[in-house]
Design a binder for this molecule. Structure first.
Ligand code: NAP
Length: 557
């Protein structure tokens, strides 16, 4: 590593050596595993992490109620028998502090910290055709060179900054769920306002309501959310699961979403096996709502394939809410306008019940928009609300944000930011981008990450990438680059799978398709053929000599 002040900007001219074989960007789940694998394979590797600790998104999103929506036993590394035997999960669905502690345990257990540079924020990278290497620049002005880059910078790691007039004029405290303070925040005797009712808001609202003097929820789009049991693991339960880990991991590996235990995704897969809503009688529909609440309203096979069924399910969902929420206006305001299934499913603990509390007010922004933040609170077209603390739970510039925030220049100086903004976010196999050689992306657009267990896809990606690096080294190759044709075919394949589906329905604006970010090209950024099929396609490409990649090719002009 050299300092920017003294550095020759690129690879050491006399030795031709880079500082590192591999630079990993990030020290969250993916970055830690990539660093470990690269090091085990003998690559000189460093991880550059903007935070002062490991954890990635699980470090920053420490807001009240933050919790994973997949069971701990499956939302965890499967590559190390020692780690999975030694770590003790205390709950079925892990809360943020436990996941953060787990990642710290892993970093220590594998002695990873010595190769992580913390508070090192990568802001730019440039590929040199001559040297077949990347030069990586940080916010602090440091420069690193490496033959290869693994961007493990996260799919939900860049906050979507709300652009609400007057935010800077607010006289109280502004808090952002995606960069929550380390010190405990007290809401006692405070009038709290929260903006955002996605997964994050739905988790935070019941917890904040229990402590605040008053909570006002500013809701632009109501969510579909499924009540879910979170519980401590019983005595002996974890030991019993640990004894069956080979079986649990095997089932997970074969499962469509990379998690075989019950998740909101598997609830949705289960819907396909159910009767058609449009073929049921009014009595059957009513019984489903009475017996199973909001789940009963949605749990029909044609909800995904027939918009009439979807809209009927939406109305039944409203009926189910009205059975929980006692104020009829509030209940009506909680009914979503968009189709069920087009956004990532949400699970909750007591979300709708929270609206029966005397200290909670729902402001339905569909009836009158949020106008501005003022020094004493929030002004809407429906009136002004006095607030001491505003919580922004407004989401992420997902999938692409971490990469487009950096100035990444590939072959012939082309900019990744420009490329994705003009052509849409493309990649080959969700792993690499044409024109950007020797750069691998963990869970690039076109990977199944959005609608899967992120950890399962991440492990598959890291293993594929590091095996590829070993292959290149073994054969003495210096560069690898996805071909434009392979990328185009992959993106045609991924987008053809969602054509005409709910994911592309006009009512659907979400981080899945970039519709939540003003000006972002709208396209579904996932891959819905399932994790096993995705892994199979990646493996086939590797087995065929990395089909779809150019190896040691010259730049085309
Ligand atoms: P999100 O789903 O994008 O929700 C953001 C919310 O903020 C939406 O309700 C959005 O309304 C609202 N919003 C944004 N800007 C606004 C504005 N200017 N005025 C009013 N409302 C505004 O983001 P998220 O809740 O952070 O969740 C993102 C993803 O993170 C999830 O889908 C999930 O994958 C992951 N996550 C997972 C968990 C878990 O594991 N349980 C927990 C939290 C997050 P519109 O919909 O109208 O734009």
């Amino acid at each position: 590593m050299v300092n920017a002040d003294t550095a020759v900007a690129n690879v050491n001219q006399s030795s031709g050596e880079t500082d590192f074989d591999v630079v990993v960007i990030g020290a969250g789940f993916a970055g830690l595993y990539a660093l470990h694998r690269c090091r085990e394979m003998g690559f000189r590797t460093v991880s550059l992490e903007k935070a002062d600790s490991v954890g990635g998104t699980w470090l920053f999103n420490r807001y009240p109620g933050a919790r994973c929506d997949i069971e701990s036993i499956e939302y965890s590394y499967s590559f190390s028998e020692e780690i999975q035997q030694e770590w003790v999960w205390t709950e079925n669905m892990p809360a943020q502090p436990e996941i953060e502690a787990y990642l710290n345990f892993v970093a220590d257990r594998l002695d990873l910290r010595r190769d992580i540079k913390f508070t090192t924020h990568v802001v730019a990278m440039q590929f040199s055709d001559t040297d077949a290497a990347w030069t990586i620049r940080t916010e602090g002005g440091e420069i690193f060179t490496a033959g290869f880059v693994i961007a493990a910078s996260g799919i939900l790691s860049v906050p979507l900054e709300p652009t609400i007039e007057g935010m800077e004029s607010f006289g109280g405290e502004s808090l952002f769920t995606n960069r929550w303070p380390r010190d405990k925040v007290s809401f006692a005797n405070k009038r709290v306002g929260i903006i955002g009712t996605g997964s994050t808001g739905v988790q935070a609202i019941p917890v904040v309501a229990r402590e605040a003097a008053h909570l006002t929820v500013f809701q632009r789009s109501p969510a579909y959310t499924l009540p879910w049991e979170v519980r401590s693991l019983d005595d002996g339960e974890l030991d019993e699961m640990k004894a069956r880990y080979p079986e649990i991991r095997a089932a997970q590996r074969e499962h469509f979403v990379g998690a075989a235990r019950l998740t909101a995704f598997s609830f949705m897969l289960g819907m396909m096996e159910r009767p058609r809503l449009l073929a049921t009688s009014e009595e059957e529909r009513q019984r489903a709502v009475e017996d199973d609440g909001v789940k009963g309203a949605l749990n029909w096979s044609d909800v995904f394939t027939d918009m009439e069924a979807n809209d009927l399910a939406r109305r039944l969902y409203g009926r189910a809410i009205a059975r929980i929420v006692t104020n009829p206006d509030t209940a009506a305001s909680l009914v979503p306008s968009h189709a069920f299934g087009c956004k990532r499913p949400i699970i909750d603990q007591g979300y709708y019940e929270t609206y029966n509390r005397d200290n909670v007010t729902l402001v339905d922004l569909r009836k009158g928009a949020l106008k501005r933040v003022i020094p004493t609170g929030i002004e809407t077209e429906q009136g002004t609300y006095d607030i001491d603390v505003i919580i922004f739970a407004t989401g992420f510039d997902a999938m692409t944000g971490a990469l487009t925030k950096m100035d990444i220049r590939g072959r012939l100086g082309q900019s990744l930011r420009d490329r994705w903004s003009s052509d849409g976010a493309g990649s080959y196999l969700g792993l690499a981008v044409a024109g950007f050689p020797n750069m691998f992306v963990v869970q690039a657009p076109g990977s199944p990450a959005p609608s899967s267990n992120y950890i399962a896809v991440m492990e598959a990606n890291v293993e594929w990438i590091t095996d590829c690096l070993a292959h290149l080294r073994h054969r003495g190759h210096r560069t690898i680059e996805a071909t434009a044709q392979a990328q185009q075919e992959w993106m045609e394949h991924t987008t053809s799978m969602v054509k005409g589906s709910l994911f592309t329905h006009p009512s659907c604006n979400s981080w899945y398709n970039g519709g939540n970010v003003a000006g972002k090209k709208k396209m579904y950024m996932g891959y819905i053929a399932g994790v096993p099929e995705y892994r199979r396609r990646c493996d086939v490409a590797a087995a065929n000599g990395y089909a779809g990649f150019d190896i040691d090719s010259a730049p085309s002009t």
